[in-house]
Design a protein around this ligand. Structure first.
Ligand SMILES: Cc1cc2nc3c(=O)[nH]c(=O)nc-3n(C[C@H](O)[C@H](O)[C@H](O)COP(=O)(O)OP(=O)(O)OC[C@H]3O[C@@H](n4cnc5c(N)ncnc54)[C@H](O)[C@@H]3O)c2cc1C
Length: 333
């Protein structure tokens, strides 16, 4: 589970008592919002249900939409300097945001510039900003006759989220093609890191293990290879068909739990009788029971209750601890 930074208590105290402590009588909150507005479009109280594939999630105190990697860096630095907690939101396709929302600043990453591929050090490298949707990049590359990432054509997240989870499908994963990233480091500087330093493993990285807390991925460098345009687009179409056959449509967050070693999470959930099980408008999908569907007005609390129920039953019956793939963030569970 990923939790919002511990600066929350201090931030709340300063924001809620509304003490005018700035030189012109403004509060910390107002100064931060002014600073963010100078960087990129900023709103208060934006419902996060509009920004997650689940369609679930309460409001963000402050919501800033950054449009390139420079704005992303500036927004992180502004929130950090104000002592406010902050959270970088990609496509919201692997998170369950609590019904109470997220305190502090949510940085909506719409940085999507792509450069390349270019020949570099004997490889073809495409560099993309971290808000680029992985699927869009994979499809564009296939259409241009570049392969190596066609397996990602159905992954709805951004490249930043893909780094965090080492996103993968159909025997491919980001670790196979990732050369390097640039990040915002804890000293507010931009640093380039080779992929090896991210310790990518099955749906995990230094980010999910907490070792990179407070850092943000700005850009991603991937190695692609020349291929046959027609063959690549045909492979993408075949993957699309497989997904349509296997996965439910509608609002969900993909796989709820990671597959335990040697087992499939969906088989375990099925075996303990939870296929189709409902809490409110949240339901373990009939079609693929490692997916939880939002049938309409599901609350995060309903989804979390289903998750706990699956964990309890699978633990009791098989002695296996199901590990969530979806990250629970914010308040109100
Ligand atoms: C229908 C469906 C199918 C899916 N299929 C697959 C699949 O086949 N394979 C697979 O691996 N996943 C799959 N997923 C899950 C999801 O798409 C991936 O995990 C994706 O990589 C998440 O990216 P995101 O941008 O949505 O991240 P978000 O959900 O927005 O964020 C997830 C976490 O990453 C952090 N984060 C996001 N961007 C950055 C950044 N720039 N720097 C630092 N941290 C960041 C966030 O703060 C958060 O903690 C699927 C999801 C859905 C809904």
């Amino acid at each position: 589970m990923i939790r919002v930074a511990p600066a929350i208590a201090r931030y709340r105290e300063a924001a809620q008592d509304g003490r005018p402590d700035g030189p012109h009588g403004e509060t910390m909150d107002e100064r931060l919002i002014e600073r963010l507005q100078a960087i990129a479009p900023t709103k208060r109280g934006e419902p996060l249900s509009r920004h997650t594939t689940f369609g679930i999630g309460g409001p963000a105190d402050v919501f800033v939409t950054v449009r390139d990697a420079r704005e992303l860096l500036q927004a992180v630095v502004a929130a950090r300097h104000a002592g406010a907690p902050w959270f970088v939101l990609g496509a919201g396709s692997n998170i369950l945001v609590g019904d109470g929302g997220i305190r502090g600043v949510v940085i909506d990453n719409q940085a999507t510039a792509v450069d390349g591929p270019h020949d570099r050090e004997g490889a073809l490298i495409v560099t993309a900003e971290s808000g680029t949707p992985f699927a869009t990049l994979a499809r564009a590359m296939a259409k241009q006759g570049y392969g190596g990432i066609e397996w990602a054509a159905g992954i709805p997240g951004t490249l930043g989220g893909a780094v965090v989870y080492n996103a993968g499908a159909y025997d491919g994963c980001l670790a196979d093609v990732l050369r390097a990233v640039t990040i915002v480091d804890l000293d507010d500087r931009q640093r380039r890191l080779p992929a090896a330093e991210l310790e990518l493993a099955y749906r995990s990285s230094v980010f999910t293990r907490g070792a990179f807390a407070g850092r943000v991925v700005l850009t991603v460098e991937l190695a692609v290879e020349r291929g046959d345009r027609k063959a690549l687009t045909a492979t993408v179409a075949a993957y699309d068909r497989q997904r349509l056959d296997a996965q439910p449509r509608g609002r969900n967050s993909g796989s709820t739990f990671k597959n335990p070693p040697g087992r499939q999470a969906w088989e375990l959930i099925d075996a303990v009788g939870l296929r189709g099980e409902r809490r409110g408008d949240a339901q373990f999908s009939e079609k693929h029971c490692n997916f939880i569907a939002n049938l309409g007005k599901a609350r995060a609390a309903d989804v979390a209750a289903l998750m706990r129920e699956a964990q309890r039953r699978v633990r009791e019956r098989f002695g296996i601890e199901l590990e969530p793939e979806v990250a629970l963030v914010g308040e109100g569970f």
